[in-house]
Every structure is written in C-alpha cells, then in structure tokens.
Ligand binder design. Structure first.
Ligand SMILES: [Fe+2]
Length: 504
C-alpha cells in the first residue's frame, strides 16, 4: 500500500467521549489520506471503471448542546477503480461553517436537536435556521463534478470527483437559490444530464422545485405551495414528471409559533404526493393522497400506462414511542432505528386519469436506503439494493437485493460487528442488463479495527464479495453514497495511469 497523509484537522471531540454516534463504528477521522497500490483480497474486475463516492458525518467539534449524528462535518471518501487497480482518498468538505469552526477552534452552532437561540453565530443554514451547513448528507455527480448536500437545505459544495478538492459552492451563474438553499437528494437524469432538486423552509410557499441543465444553468424553478412548514427529505422523477411530497410528520405548529422545533406525526392527515411536469408550472401540480406515513427515501419512479409507479420506503410507525428499552442514547435516537419505524419497500401507483392511488408493500423485510442502477432512474427498474440495519441503531448490518418483478430477495450479512455504507450499483463496462454490474460498499469492521471497500457481483450477492480493498484507516459510519462511471468524469479517459487520474 502506498499511502500519503495529507494532513490532520483540529478536533475538540473529548478523548473520553461516550456518544455512540461519535465513538465505535461512528468514530470520526481527523486524518486525510491518499492511497494507491492498496492491498486487495480477490480481484478487482477490469470492467469496473469509475469512482464510488461516499459522504460521512464526521464531526471535528461537538455541537453546542446535544449532538445528533446529522450534525457531523462532511467527509467524502472516494474509492476509484480503473484497469483492475484501485485508489482511495478522503477529504473534509471545506464548507463555510467547517472553516469558520476551524478558525474559531470550537463549535459555533447548536445541532438539530439543540436550541437555535444558543448558537453563537447569528447566521446559519437549514430550514430550522442557525444550523451549520455541514454538507454531510448526500453526494452525487453532476456535470462531471461531485456535489455534496445537507439534509435540511444549504449550499451544494463542488468537489473534484477524484482528488476530492473542494471547488466552492455551486453558483449556477448567480441563480442558486441561496435564500432557501437546496435539499439533499437532488436527482440526476443520466439520459438528459439534468439535475432535479427541491428545497423547503418555514416561509411560504414552503417548497420549491427546480431543474439545472447539463451546463449547470438553472432552467426552471417553481413554487410548490404547502399548507405549512414541512420536512421532506427526498423526491423522485419519471421521464416526464417530477414527484414531490407532503408527509404528515412536521414541526408542531403551536410549538413552532413559540420558536420550538418539535416534530409530530399526524396519523389522520394523508401522505400527499405531488406530480408536476418536469418543466411545468405551479398550476400544473396534481396532488394524490395516500395512507399516512413518512417517507425518508424514495427509490425510483416510472410511467406505466395511465399510472405513475413510485417506489420508496413506507414507515409503519413514523413516530416510535419511548418504550423504555435500551440505553438512554438508544431511546433518544429511536428515530434512527429502521426496525422501530418498520421501514418497508413500498409501491404507490398514481393514476393520472382518475387521480386515485393504489399502494402495497413490496416486501416484509425491514430495509431502507435503496439504490438502483442509475441508468434506470425515471424509467422502469426491477432491482433495488437496500440496507438492513442493526435493531435499535443507525448501523447497516447487511444488504438485500429486492427483485420487484418476482418478489425474490437475496441477502448478505456483513457479520457481527461489521457495518456497511449505502451500497451503490456500478454497471459493468459493456453491461447488457439491469443487474449486470457490481455492488460497492465500505465496511467498518470493529473486530479488526479496519475498513474495507467490498465489491460484489450484483447477480450473485449471496456469494459474498469478489474483492476486498483494505483502506488506510477505519472509516466512520454514515449515510449516502453514489457511483460515478469514469465516462462521466472529465479527463478520466485521457489519463493513462492511475497517477494521472489522481493528479499525482
Ligand atoms: Fe437521505
């Protein structure tokens, strides 16, 4: 293994920390590494070509007040595959908030479960306000540039997808909606090169939807009026429509009027799903009603006859009660437990002619964080690759390949004390069908105190990984990831050697 330490970042996380989302599998890193010639068990397929990008919540300071894992600073990891070789880098996302706290030597903002009035800085980001935009939630690739985002809206930070150098904030020629920001989970249509996005906040109309074209120009931006402030997290799209949502879990209006940001699930209010032509106007929005639930993540949507088919994860119990079981932390963070919420792969069928909704569970298994072959985004897909979690904890214990055509489910468990990241699907070069490719994840192995990047044959998940790549240091757990094919990365195909691809 050829390793270079770029540098270490100042951290004020206490040595005797006992917070479960800053220790153990969530132990943050302070070192930025570059590594080539990594130790590989098995063989890296020669037709695996591109980069697996993963964002992590990796705090260098505790939040003021109580810490929630979504507060952590963004650290992106890249594992790049080319010609059977592999490289790795990790870098902090140098957000304005991160840099301000590095300069001050300590935290300046309260976290999402804190009181905004106790933030030191008067300004900030997020739908709540006075939050730090840590850009640690999601990562995607648009117009050849990696973009990180923050779940409660903020800037989109541009990163070089191979070096992970922070290139600044997305500006869209001055058209970026800085007043509200952009939510995590902007969607990329690989056929048009467009990026579809939404944002939300506490001011009317409470949500917007927009389109950025392949040249990074904001070409569409409309109001999505809602009855009040909401907390949507994801969206979907088909070839012709964008799909937004109004879930009945939101800040309690009476508490919000007093400046308190407590949430409640309202089981008597339906889930509302908005369908709007991708370049349509506010007046074109069609609203559909469905069983009350909260949807954290959608998987995909497509058009079928007069229906729009929308897959995502239904929550049987969006607001689990404190049942007194488990540690104080486990109880406090029960909203991070897939098992407590009963998250299940679900399908809504929205009839564009009649305005009615049909819906059904697609699986009895509790899974979330579903990924597909991105080339099927907006068109019919068959396979969803999702995560199973450790009961009670925000830790991924294994993978499930859902076949939504046959109902067949193939599973793989990482093993006791081993936790994965969101698993991306990398189509093989010359891929001939939807699951012709590889599944990529990074595991944190607490038994051996190491991290590995695992590569699976997507058609043989249960056989286990075909390659294991040892990373220089154990990686913090965290959430979202993406696969970016080399063909989407500028200069990738003109770089003959790994060193060129890395810019070394
Ligand atoms: Fe998410």
């Amino acid at each position: 293994m050829d390793i270079e330490v770029l540098g270490r970042v100042l951290s004020t996380i206490p040595d005797d920390d006992d917070h479960p989302y800053r220790t153990g599998p969530w132990r943050p890193q302070t070192t930025e590494w570059s590594a080539t010639d990594l130790v590989v068990e098995g063989e890296i397929p020669a037709d695996l070509d591109g980069v697996y990008l993963r964002n992590t919540e990796n705090p260098v300071h505790p939040s003021l007040g109580n810490y929630h894992p979504f507060d952590g600073d963004g650290m992106v990891h890249v594992v790049g595959f080319r010609d059977g070789k592999v490289f790795y880098r990790n870098r902090f996302v140098k957000t304005d908030g991160f840099l301000a706290e590095q300069e001050s030597g300590g935290p300046l903002w309260t976290g999402i479960v804190g009181n905004p009035n106790k933030s030191i800085r008067e300004d900030g980001w997020g739908a709540r306000g006075r939050l730090k935009d840590s850009s640690s939630t999601d990562v995607t690739l648009h117009a050849g540039v990696a973009l990180t985002s923050f779940y409660q809206c903020g800037d989109l930070y541009k990163l070089n997808p191979t070096t992970l150098e922070t290139l600044g904030r997305a500006d869209w020629n001055g058209q970026f909606p800085s007043d509200v920001g952009v939510s995590a989970h902007p969607k990329i249509d690989t056929r048009t090169g467009e990026m579809l996005f939404f944002n939300y906040g506490k001011d009317e109309p409470y949500m917007h939807y927009g389109v950025v074209d392949a040249a990074e120009q904001l070409v569409h931006y409309i109001d999505i009026p809602l009855p009040g402030p909401r907390l949507p997290h994801d969206m979907a799209f088909t070839e012709n429509y964008a799909i937004l949502n109004d879930c009945p879990l939101f800040w309690i209006p009476e508490a919000l009027a007093e400046g308190k940001h407590a949430t409640r699930f309202y089981p008597d209010i339906p889930l509302r799903i908005a369908v709007v032509p991708r370049r349509g106007n506010t007046s074109d929005i069609k609203w559909f009603e469905a069983d009350p639930t909260f949807v954290l993540h959608f998987v995909n949507a497509y058009e079928e006859g007069e229906e729009i088919v929308l897959d995502g994860f239904y929550e049987d119990n969006p607001e689990p009660a404190d049942d007194g079981i488990g540690s104080a932390y486990q109880r406090a963070f029960r909203f991070l437990s897939q098992e407590r919420m009963g998250t299940r792969l679900h399908r809504w069928r929205l009839n564009m002619r009649t305005g009615t909704t049909r819906e059904e569970h697609l699986s009895d298994l509790v899974t979330e964080f579903g990924m597909i072959n991105a080339n099927h985004g907006g068109i019919k897909h068959r396979y969803t690759y999702a995560a199973q979690a450790v009961p009670g904890w925000f830790l991924f214990s294994g993978l499930v390949k859902h076949d939504t055509l046959t109902g067949k489910e193939e599973t793989y468990s990482f093993g006791e004390g081993i936790y994965g990241s969101e698993t991306a699907m990398a189509p093989r070069i010359g891929s001939t069908c939807e699951d012709d490719g590889y599944l990529i994840t990074i595991i944190s192995d607490m038994n051996r105190d190491i991290s590995e990047c695992l590569v699976f044959d997507a058609q043989r998940l249960s056989d286990g990984p075909i390659a294991r790549v040892r990373l220089p240091e154990r990686v913090s757990s965290g959430t979202h990831s993406t696969w970016a094919p080399g063909s989407d990365i500028p200069d990738w195909n003109t770089a003959d050697k790994m060193e060129d691809a890395l810019g070394l």
